[in-house]
Each structure stands twice: as C-alpha cells, then as structure tokens.
Design a protein around this ligand. Structure first.
Ligand SMILES: N[C@@H](CCC[C@H](N)C(=O)O)C(=O)O
Length: 284
C-alpha cells in the first residue's frame, strides 16, 4: 500500500462545498480516481466536501482539448461519490474565484471556464459576487414523470442544464422528508444516468425556495444548476416573458437567476475560499 499527497483548497458557494485540486498541467493527479475523490470528500475520514474541482488547463485533459483555443482552464468536476459530473453551477463560481485569487487569471471582467457541458463564462461583479452564463435549459420529453420521496409522490418536470434535473413543486419544503435516500422516479428511462432532484415552493412574485438531492452526493445545501432548473421550469409553466429575474432561496443562501430573451440563463451568487491543506491518500 502506498500514499499520495494531494494539496487542496476548500471553498463553497451558498454552502455547496468543494475541494479545489490544482493540477494546471495535468501531471500531478492525472489519475485522481473515484476512490481518491471519495477519500478527500469523506466528512469524517477525509477533508469533507460535496465534490472535487480539479483545476487543469484545457490542453492537459482529454475532455478539455476541444476548448483549448477558447478557454485556458477546465473544471474537472467529480461528485463526492467519485462519479464524474458534466457541470456544477456553484462549483464554477468557486472555480473562477480560485483562479482570480491565485493570480491564474486577470481579476477584471470575465473568464471562460470549460466544462463537460460546454463553455461557461463567469463575470466578476463589483460587489464580489459572480455571474455565470449557464446556457439554454433543455426540456426533454417527460410527460407522466413522477417523483417520490418521504412517502409522497409529485408530478415532475425534466430539465437539462448540461446535467439532468427533475423539478417537483411541493406544498412545503418539509414534505419530501429527510432525503436520506435518492428520490425514486418513473418512468425510469427519463434519467438513465440518474438525476438531481429539486423540491421547490413559491415564496412570492418571482421568489422561489428549494431543497435538492444531488446525484452522487445526497442532500446538499445548494445546487446552482438546480436553481436554474427550478426557475426555468416555473417560468415556462407560468408563460413568463423574458427578461425575468427570480430569487431562489436554498438552505445555504440565495441565488439570483436571470432568464434572458435569447433563452439562456444567468446565475449570480457568492463564492468563498475557506481553507487549504494537504491530505495523504491511501492508494489501492
Ligand atoms: N451542486 C452542483 C450540481 C452538481 C452536479 C450533480 N451532483 C450531478 O451529478 O449532476 C451545482 O451547483 O450545480
């Protein structure tokens, strides 16, 4: 048995927390496998986080090479269970904040971040918040989709934010119960690769609140792509004309979701870096 030392920086966006692992040239941890991610993210035996964001140049990772001409940095995102994720909205704000804080990008204006769901431009706002161009939400056919949790069942809408979401409107955010297990959905084939499940309520005019059970993690304090999915599905159901802006409260804070006339969505929220250190991983 051998060990490998990983340097990490911890951060969060509305309390969705991540370990950034700098690996600019893809030579320090090219083999950061599922077991290594699980060790890092374990909240008792490791550092603890909802996921890992490996910071790597686009030219230094297979999934990033197509972006090499347009973006320098690739967000190599993994869920806490080690699974590879296409996109993470809170993560991309934390990632851009780390790039700026570390001097890896110019602190002014905007930085394009490449992800497995495509390019996500991140703008540094004057008040310290960050705004992400989250792309155009997709609404895959999901007639008859229902989702169950806590012994109850709701109609749900499938939303594609580069990763899969199911949005259910509930009467009370307590209704889905403790969310210790993944919600169950039917028909199963709507989400062959699993789903991030949002339970949402209306709090007022253009004001929503939600809980989320994330694929590969469990219940988290926030989900940026999930907040976009909730706002987009509510606006669609209500026939809202754009531009329109929604406040979405999550257990860990508040995100602002803007629906733009071109059909795309922007998300604004905070990003915070909290700690740094090293961990010795046990290799199989
Ligand atoms: N918390 C993220 C979403 C993370 C991705 C998800 N668990 C998946 O597997 O798709 C966000 O802020 O968007």
């Amino acid at each position: 048995m051998s060990t490998s030392t990983v340097a990490w920086v911890k951060g969060h966006g509305t309390e969705n927390d991540f370990l950034l692992v700098p690996d600019p040239d893809g030579i320090l941890h090219p083999d950061l496998d599922a077991a290594a991610v699980r060790q890092l993210c374990d909240r008792r035996r490791g550092v603890g986080a909802d996921g890992v964001l490996r910071v790597v140049r686009t030219g230094a990772i297979e999934d990033g090479r197509a972006f090499a001409g347009t973006a320098e940095w690739f967000m190599d995102f993994r869920n806490a269970d080690g699974s590879v994720g296409e996109m993470c909205g809170n993560g991309v704000r934390v990632f851009a904040h780390f790039l700026r804080t570390s001097g890896l990008v110019d602190g002014a204006g905007e930085v394009p971040v490449a992800t497995r769901a495509g390019l996500r431009p991140v703008r540094f706002e004057a008040d310290g918040q960050l705004t992400v161009g989250m792309g155009v939400p997709g609404f895959p056919e999901s007639t008859g989709l229902v989702m169950s949790a806590g012994g109850r069942t709701w109609d749900a809408v499938a939303v594609d934010m580069g990763n899969p979401h199911a949005v259910a409107m509930v009467d009370d955010l307590a209704d889905p119960g403790a969310l210790l297990d993944p919600p169950v959905w039917t028909p199963a084939e709507v989400f062959p690769k699993g789903v991030n499940a949002e339970f949402a309520v209306r709090r007022g005019e253009r004001h929503l609140a939600m809980r989320v059970h994330e694929r590969g993690v469990g219940e988290t304090r926030s989900c940026g792509t999930g907040a976009c999915a909730v706002a987009a599905s509510v606006a669609r159901a209500d026939g809202v004309t754009t531009p329109a802006s929604y406040r979405v409260d999550v257990p860990g804070g508040t995100l602002t979701i803007a629906l733009l006339p071109d059909g795309s969505v922007e998300m604004t929220g905070p990003a915070v870096l909290t700690a740094c250190g090293e961990m010795d991983l046990v290799l199989g």
